[in-house]
Design a protein around this ligand. Structure first.
Ligand SMILES: [Zn+2]
Length: 719
C-alpha cells in the first residue's frame, strides 16, 4: 500500500474524512428525495420551521456518524493492509474510499433489515445493497475492479441509486399521488426507471475510463468533498430557516368591525375534560382557559355525540346526531367515514347566508372538503407540513439515524406529521387579519391536534409535567398500545410517559388558544365575540384495555370540555346540567340573534327552563379503522350510549350492556346492570325508542377519495 495509510492515526483520520464525505453525500441526496420530491409531488405541503431544525440535526448526525464509521473502517484497513490476499488493491486512498462507502451501504442495509414490517421492495433493496457491498469489497481487493467500479461506488451514485430504487417502490404504493397527478405520475415513474438504469449502466460502462482520465484521485472524489461542504452549509441555513418568525400584523382600528357579534369556535382535538385544570385536574394544563372561564359559562357535564373526529365535528356543525347528519365510518364502502349529508345545513352556511365572513383553519384532515365539513366557509385551510419521517419512506436511513439522535438529544419531534399549534395560530391569525376588519361579523373556526397521538408537545411543554421517558418513538408507544389491547396491562412508566406528554400537549394547546384570546383583546374584538371552546372526543390510555379513541362509549372518550363566552359576557357561571355538542349550533345562532333551523336536535343552552326538565342525551360509536379491541364482529365494533343524569347506559354490538352512575362513578368501574334493573330497563327502552326514530339510512354521499385515506393513514387513524 502506498504511503497514504502507513500510520494508524493517518489511516483512521483519512478514513474518517472519507466517511464524513460519503455520508454527507448520502444526506444531501436523501434530503432531495425526502423533502424536495415530497414537495414536488404534493404542492399543498409546506416547509415548516421545525422541518428545517430537524433537517439540520439530521445533517449533523450524518456527518458525525460518517466520520466515526469511516474512522473505524480506516483503522480496519490499517490492520488488514499487510495481507495482500485480503486487500490486494495497492491504491491506499481508493481502499479507504471504498471502506467508507461500505459503511454507508452496510448501515443502509441494516436499517432496512430492522424494519419490523415487510413493505414491498424490502428484499429487492437488500439485494441492491448487497450488490453495492460486493462492489466495494471487490474495489478494496483489486485495483482492476477499483478502476472498473470507480463511478459505481461513488457515494453520490450509490446514494442516488439506493434511494431511487426505494422511491420507485414507494411510488408504486402512492395511489393518492398517482390519482392526483394522473398521467404526469406515470411519466415521473418512467423517467425515474430510465434514470436509474442509465445511471447504473453508465457508471459501470464509463467507470474505468473516467478513472483513467481522472488519474488524480482527488479529482474523482471531489464531488464527495463538495457534499461535505454542502451539508455543512445546509446546517446553518436550516437553523436560520428554523428561526423564521411570522410577520406581525398591524393593529386593527377600534372603530372598524361589525357591531353584530362574532363567533369563534375552538376545538381542542382529543382532549378529555378530566385532564383540564378548568375541570379540577391536578396539573394546571389550562391556565389560559381558566382566565377565559371567568367571563364564560363552564359546562361541567358536556357529552360528545360521538367518539370520533369526523362524526363529532359534523354534530358540532349541524346540531344533529350522527345517524341524521350521516358523517360516520360505514364499512366496507366508507370505512374512513361518509361525507356529511348534503341536505343538512351547517352552522357556517347559515352564518354565511346571514352576512358572516366564515373562515377556518384545522390541523385535522377530517375537515377536508370531501367530508363536507367545510361547507359554508369562504376560506378554509388545513396546513399540511412536509414530514421529516414520511411513513412511506420506510427505507431511508434517517429512521435509524433518528434513533441515534435520540441517544443524545430529544428526537420526539421527528414523529410529527401534522401542524402544531404555532403553525395553526400563524395561519389563523393571518386569516383574522384579513377577514376581521371589515363591516361584516365573522365566524371563525380552529382545530388544534396537539393532544392527539403520538403525544409530542414541543419544548418546553414536553417537560412541563414529570414522566417523560427518553428516546420513546411513536413505534415504541404503538407496540405498547397493541399489547394493552391484547390483554396486557400498560407498563407504569409508559403510562406516565404518555400522560405527561398528553398533558403537555393540552397545555401547549391552551397556550395557542391564549394567543388567539390576546389577539381578540388587542384588536378590540373580545367583548363582542362569542367564544366556544370544546373538544370532539377524549382519549383512552389503557383503561379497560382501550387505547386512543373511536372505539368505546366510555367517559374518557365522551366527557368533553364546553366553555362558552357569550357576546358581551351575557352569561357567566357554571352549569352542571348535561349538555351536548349538538347544542352549540342552536345556542350560537340564538345568541347571535339569528333564527334556528327547525330540524336541529340540540337545544339553546341559554333557555334554562328547557334544560331544567329531564333530558336524554345520546352518543354513537361506529366501526372506524382504529385500534379496536379483540372480539369485534367482522363488520367492526359499534356502540350506542344514552345519558339520563346521573346514569349512563351503553349498548354495544358485541352484546355487552352496562349501566353506570357517572356522577358517583365517573371512571365507570361499577356496572350497575344487575343491581339496578329498573333503571337499566328504562334507559334501554329509551335508547331503543330513539333508535326507532332514526332515518332508515342517512342519504349516501360521494365516496372519499384515496388521497384522503392515505393522509388519514399517516395520521394514525389506520392500524
Ligand atoms: Zn378528533
Amino acid at each position: 500500500m502506498q504511503t497514504d495509510c502507513d500510520r494508524f492515526s493517518k489511516c483512521a483520520l483519512l478514513g474518517a474524512l472519507h466517511g464524513a464525505a460519503a455520508w454527507s453525500a448520502y444526506a444531501v441526496v436523501e434530503f432531495v428525495f425526502s423533502s424536495i420530491l415530497f414537495r414536488i409531488f404534493r404542492p399543498y405541503a409546506v416547509f415548516t420551521a421545525w422541518h428545517w431544525q430537524l433537517t439540520a440535526e439530521l445533517l449533523i448526525a450524518y456527518i458525525v456518524t460518517g466520520a466515526i464509521a469511516g474512522g473505524l473502517a480506516g483503522a480496519a484497513v490499517w490492520l488488514l493492509h499487510r495481507n495482500p490476499r485480503l486487500l490486494g488493491n495497492k491504491d491506499g486512498p481508493a481502499v479507504l474510499e471504498a471502506a467508507a462507502g461500505l459503511t454507508l451501504v452496510a448501515a443502509f442495509a441494516a436499517n432496512i433489515a430492522a424494519t419490523p414490517t415487510s413493505p414491498s421492495g424490502k428484499h429487492f433493496l437488500l439485494a441492491v445493497s448487497g450488490a453495492f457491498a460486493l462492489a466495494f469489497v471487490a474495489s478494496m481487493r483489486s485495483s482492476r475492479w477499483s478502476e472498473r467500479f470507480a463511478l459505481l461506488t461513488n457515494p453520490w451514485i450509490v446514494s442516488g441509486l439506493l434511494l431511487g430504487v426505494g422511491q420507485l417502490f414507494g411510488m408504486f404504493e402512492l395511489e393518492d399521488v398517482a390519482q392526483q397527478m394522473g398521467a404526469k405520475f406515470a411519466l415521473w415513474l418512467v423517467a425515474l426507471i430510465v434514470l436509474l438504469i442509465l445511471t447504473a449502466g453508465g457508471a459501470i460502462l464509463l467507470g474505468g475510463r473516467v478513472r483513467r482520465i481522472a488519474r488524480r484521485r482527488a479529482t474523482l472524489f471531489a464531488p464527495s468533498w463538495a457534499a461535505l461542504a454542502f451539508a455543512v452549509l445546509l446546517i446553518p441555513a436550516s437553523a436560520v430557516l428554523a428561526d423564521a418568525k411570522p410577520p406581525q400584523a398591524d393593529e386593527l382600528p377600534v372603530a372598524a368591525g361589525s357591531t353584530r357579534p362574532n363567533l369563534l369556535v375552538i376545538v381542542m382535538d382529543t382532549v378529555r375534560a378530566d385532564h383540564m385544570s378548568i375541570y379540577g385536574y391536578k396539573r394546571d394544563t389550562t391556565p389560559n382557559l381558566k382566565k377565559l372561564a371567568a367571563d364564560s359559562v363552564l359546562y361541567t357535564n358536556a357529552v360528545s355525540p360521538s367518539n370520533f373526529t369526523l362524526t363529532s365535528h359534523a354534530s358540532l356543525f349541524t346540531g344533529m346526531y350522527a345517524s341524521w347528519h350521516g358523517a360516520y365510518c360505514d364499512p366496507p364502502d366508507s370505512s374512513y367515514g361518509r361525507a356529511l349529508s348534503p341536505e343538512t345545513p351547517t352552522l357556517a352556511e347559515v352564518l354565511s347566508h346571514n352576512g358572516y365572513e366564515a373562515f377556518g383553519v384545522s390541523a385535522n384532515m377530517y375537515l377536508r372538503p370531501e367530508f363536507g365539513l367545510q361547507r359554508g366557509f369562504h376560506e378554509f385551510d388545513i396546513p399540511r407540513p412536509i414530514p421529516v419521517l414520511d411513513p412511506g419512506a420506510w427505507y431511508m436511513l434517517r429512521r435509524g439515524v433518528r434513533r441515534e439522535i435520540g441517544l443524545v438529544a430529544d428526537a420526539s419531534q421527528f414523529d410529527r406529521l401534522y401542524s402544531r399549534g404555532q403553525d395553526i395560530d400563524t395561519e389563523f391569525l393571518g386569516m383574522l387579519d384579513r377577514n376581521a376588519g371589515g363591516p361584516q361579523p365573522f365566524f371563525a373556526f380552529v382545530n388544534y391536534m396537539d393532544a392527539h397521538f403520538p403525544y409530542i408537545p414541543p419544548s418546553p411543554f414536553d417537560r412541563e409535567f414529570p414522566g417523560k421517558l427518553r428516546g420513546v418513538a411513536q413505534d415504541d408507544l404503538e407496540a405498547v398500545q397493541q399489547k394493552v389491547v391484547n390483554g396486557s396491562e400498560m407498563p407504569a412508566a409508559d403510562y406516565r410517559h404518555a400522560i405527561s406528554q398528553y398533558d403537555g400537549g393540552i397545555a401547549y394547546t391552551d397556550a395557542a388558544i391564549g394567543r388567539l384570546i390576546d389577539w381578540l383583546k388587542q384588536h378590540h374584538r373580545y367583548d363582542n365575540t362569542m367564544i366556544v371552546v370544546t373538544s370532539d372526543h377524549g382519549e383512552a390510555f389503557g383503561e379497560k384495555h382501550y387505547v386512543l379513541h373511536a372505539n368505546s362509549e366510555y367517559q374518557n372518550l365522551l366527557h368533553v370540555a364546553l366553555l362558552i363566552k357569550y357576546p358581551k359576557e351575557a352569561a357567566r357561571g357554571v352549569v352542571n346540567t348535561p349538555v351536548s355538542l349538538i347544542d352549540v349550533m342552536p345556542t350560537a345562532l340564538t345568541s347571535l340573534g339569528l333564527p334556528v333551523p327547525g330540524a336541529l336536535q340540540g337545544q339553546n343552552l341559554l333557555d334554562t327552563a328547557a334544560l331544567r326538565g329531564r333530558r336524554e342525551l345520546f352518543s354513537e360509536g361506529f366501526a372506524c379503522p382504529v385500534v379496536q379491541p379483540p372480539g369485534c364482529p367482522a363488520d367492526g365494533c359499534t356502540q350506542r350510549a344514552i345519558v339520563a343524569w346521573p346514569y349512563k347506559y351503553i349498548d354495544a354490538n358485541t352484546g355487552r350492556r352496562a349501566l353506570y352512575d357517572i356522577a358517583a362513578d365517573p371512571d365507570e368501574n361499577r356496572n350497575l346492570m344487575a343491581l339496578d334493573p329498573t333503571v337499566s330497563d328504562r334507559l334501554a327502552a329509551a335508547l331503543n325508542a330513539w333508535v326507532k326514530t332514526m332515518p332508515a339510512r342517512a342519504r349516501q354521499h360521494p365516496r372519499v377519495n384515496s388521497e384522503s385515506l392515505q393522509r388519514l393513514k399517516s395520521l394514525g387513524y389506520v392500524q
